[in-house]
Write a protein that binds this ligand. Sequence first.
Ligand SMILES: [Zn+2]
Length: 176
Amino acid sequence: MIPGLQPISLQELKALAAPRHWSIEGHLDEMASLTPLRGSISAEHQGSILEVKGKFQTIVTLCCDRCLSEFNQTLACNTEELIWLKGNGPKPNELNGSSHSEDMDALMECLDPLGSFDPERWVFEQLSLQMPLVKRCGADCPGPAQQQPSAQTTAVKPEGTDLDPRWAALQKLTSP
Ligand SMILES: [Zn+2]
């Protein structure tokens, strides 16, 4: 839990009629990081949308997918997001009169206007998006560790030796 980053009700944000700012300094519960997460975030209630801006960074320790060794990676965010406060007045694309496609609604995050905004959750989600899908320690990656040659080479049995014992008995009867 980052100190001071408690959820705030959207009604409270609305009553502020100004952006609410938080400074970030600490570690997220859901994401272990080498250095504390540092930066700032702000949220402004604009009627039917919530405008959230954040700029923060941290260093996390990741495990390389190829050589399996650990390396440090900086995760930095400088993002802005509009969150639609669903069920409250005009849709955002009607509001700003722009020619956004109808799909915009589907792409946008939604919040219940009577609910709350959780700045820590938002910060966590933004950082998660920065997480590389393919983790590589760098250009000098030594590559996959050498595989041990398998000791369990399946021995090929001479033909006929692994006959079902019932067949073996039958074979005795049929052979001269
Ligand atoms: Zn590597």
